[in-house]
Design a protein around this ligand. Structure first.
Ligand code: SF4
Ligand code: SF4
Length: 304
């Protein structure tokens, strides 16, 4: 049995990638399963999705802990716990990054064949949006010879075409084809030691009875339940809001609509943007009634 683990961000299509790979495997005679694992279900949050492929009926239903193949759809995930953890000694990695495999560090103990591809640029050029799942499947076909490119392209055209229309199916297949051609295959050796993330929830005997949860001290920091303080969501973004203060009528709509509380209301009711936490979703620009916010491609700055 082959086990595959996809690591992505909400909105990049990790779940569809796992389903499409399973679909492609079934087309060439395998049995397959695919399913996701979500934490916070929101755009930009880390997502895992799994696929299993076998010649016999698959009875295992657990998450994938010892993958034969790891697909990393966003380079910023390397800041979190090692996404290649548990990779088998003969396992392979496919990663969305512009660097070559030998320039990567996927964590201590990871010495693996690796394919890298700038799937984000391919997706932006081909699909006009940073949804990298189909480009990553093209790279998978190049690095991992279990499911060939033809079966993957067929599955993409059917799945995406059936859901989003024939043209979308063709464009997504084109993204996969381009990524297949562009993928650089090499070897990566990891040295990076991952530290355990800080425990931010209070333990049971710190929770006061019958009241809302309080802040608590942990490793010389004050943290509390529901805080996103430790998650620098601004590092996920593909576009950055540009505030045109002269147009702003101070209606506050952007301020209360931002899902990451990245817009800071000033004393005079004009706004500032904390770009360390703005994930570039564009909700503020959509909701502004006077077009005082433009979304510019790319990540910029820390404050504006
Ligand atoms: S783009 Fe706007 S709404 Fe979205 S996270 Fe950034 S500031 Fe908030
Ligand atoms: S939604 Fe637009 S007009 Fe309203 S406060 Fe925000 S930037 Fe200003």
């Amino acid at each position: 049995m082959y086990e595959i683990r996809f690591h992505g961000r909400g909105g990049q299509g990790a779940v569809m990638a796992a389903q499409t790979l399973a679909d492609a495997a079934v087309r060439i005679g395998f049995q397959a399963q695919a399913f996701p694992y979500f934490g916070a279900e929101r755009r930009g949050a880390p997502v895992e999705a799994y696929a299993r492929i076998d010649t016999a009926k698959i009875r295992t239903k657990s998450q994938v802990y010892r993958p034969h193949l790891v697909v990393i759809m966003d380079a910023s995930l390397l800041e979190l716990e090692g996404p290649a953890s548990g990779l088998r000694p003969d396992g392979k990695v496919v990663m969305n990054v512009a660097q070559r495999p030998e320039e990567l560090d996927l964590g201590a103990g990871v010495d693996a064949e690796c394919g890298t591809v700038d799937a984000s640029s391919i997706a932006l050029e081909t699909l006009k949006m940073p949804v990298v799942n189909t480009a990553m499947l093209g790279a998978v076909a190049k690095v991992w010879n279990v499911v060939p490119l033809d079966a993957i392209l067929e599955a993409i055209e059917d799945r995406f075409g059936g859901k989003l229309g024939r043209r979308a199916g063709m464009l997504n297949a084109e993204a996969a084809r381009r990524a297949y051609e562009a993928t650089v295959v090499g070897r990566t050796q990891g040295k990076r030691e991952y530290v355990q993330p800080k425990r931010w929830l209070p333990v049971w005997d710190e929770i006061p009875i019958g009241v809302s949860l309080r802040k608590t001290a942990h490793v010389e920091e004050e943290v509390g339940p529901a805080t996103t303080y430790q998650h620098h969501t601004g590092r996920w973004k593909w576009s950055t809001p540009l505030y045109k203060k002269d147009k702003c009528i101070r209606c506050l709509r952007c301020w209360w609509s931002c899902p990451d509380a990245a817009i800071v209301r000033q004393d005079d009711d004009y706004m500032r943007w904390d770009l360390e936490y703005c994930k570039g979703c564009g909700i503020c620009a959509d909701i502004c009634p006077v077009e005082a916010i433009d979304m510019l491609q790319g990540a910029r700055g820390t404050w504006q």
